[in-house]
Design a protein around this ligand. Structure first.
Ligand code: CP
Ligand code: NVA
Length: 308
């Protein structure tokens, strides 16, 4: 039994194996209806709980569909409807759920909730996003980059905007997959210094460049995300918009990257804030491939967790 809690706490060789498996899973499903079962039904007879303390479209639907394609049954649980939201401890919740289900995916606020759930659960726990990281997203993103451009090792990835949870998982992945990462954004919204230091200590080349146009020089991939995340106070909205406007991904910024640079956004996007529609719908954008690959990557993650 293995938890999938973060990219930086999972062995790099295992991560590569998960990406390889995801590619095989995707290839094997070519031409099928979305609801058609996989041939081998690796999760036949299993019960999967999907817990959401925050909203979700992609994570909710892709985990649910993926588990069902593999033969599992699923239950989507809202954190607020559970006793978890009304005072029952996370440890007790973990021990109880482990008596009913074979796998738990949770999207939550505090990373401590995820870690405590994993500590006390007897079944694998998957991180479906916390305030600090979003590892499933980055697995899908690496798969997507490599489908279009081949190995990501040695490539230059530029994150522009808020140094948030998705950015953190890119930092974690830089060392594990051997790509260079440049962050460009305003200093108050820098990624956690500890994540930058850890990535560098593990041998990753990480740069912080305040000028977005300089940052994207030579970029193979330009990535951004919402300027205000689900855990950020709405009161920060106007200030963040003013701070982040210079870091918008528009056609001028993409023109300063390599001509074959890809554009990614985990979605949901606020069109014409962090990225213009011209870029999101343009020829360099792979945003809907990223969304599709959540399905295949997470199927591989679930199989890896359960060893099937
Ligand atoms: N990218 C992502 O995790 O989307 P959802 O919030 O819709 O799950
Ligand atoms: N940074 C965003 C990602 C959403 C998938 C958030 O946490 O709201």
């Amino acid at each position: 039994m293995r938890h999938f809690l973060d990219i930086n706490t999972t062995d790099a060789g295992e991560l590569r194996g998960i990406i390889d498996m995801a590619r095989q899973i995707k290839a094997a499903r070519r031409g099928r209806f979305k609801g058609a079962p996989d041939d081998d039904l690796p999760l036949d007879g299993r019960m999967v709980a999907l817990i959401f303390e925050k909203p979700s479209t992609r994570t909710r639907v892709s985990f649910d569909v993926g588990a069902r394609q593999m033969g599992a049954q699923t239950m989507v649980l809202s954190g607020t409807d559970m006793q978890l939201g009304h005072g029952e401890t996370i440890a007790d919740t973990a021990r109880v759920l482990s008596r009913y289900v074979d796998l738990i995916m949770i999207r939550t606020y505090e990373e401590a909730t995820l870690l405590e759930l994993a500590e006390y659960a007897d079944v694998p726990v998957i991180n479906g996003l916390t305030n600090r990281s979003h590892p499933c997203q980055i697995m899908a993103d690496i798969m997507t980059f490599e489908e279009h451009r081949g190995p990501i090792t040695g490539k230059k990835v530029v994150w522009t905007g808020d140094g948030n949870n998705v950015c953190a998982s890119f930092l974690h992945a830089a060392a594990a997959f051997g790509f260079d990462l440049t962050f460009t954004g305003p200093p108050p919204l820098d990624p956690e210094p500890g994540f930058v230091a850890e990535a560098r200590a593990r041998g990753a080349h990480i740069e912080i460049e305040r000028d977005p146009f300089k940052a994207v020089e030579g970029a193979d991939l330009v990535v951004t995300d919402t300027w205000v995340s689900m855990h950020d106070p709405q009161s920060a909205r106007e200030r963040r918009h003013n701070q982040l406007r210079p870091y918008q991904v528009n056609e001028a910024l993409m023109a300063a990257a390599r001509p074959d640079a890809l554009f990614m956004h985990c979605l949901p996007a606020h069109r014409d804030d962090e990225a213009t529609s011209a870029v999101m719908d343009g020829p360099q954008s792979v945003i809907f491939d990223e969304a599709e690959n959540r399905l295949h990557a997470q199927k591989a993650i679930m199989r890896w967790c359960l060893g099937v």
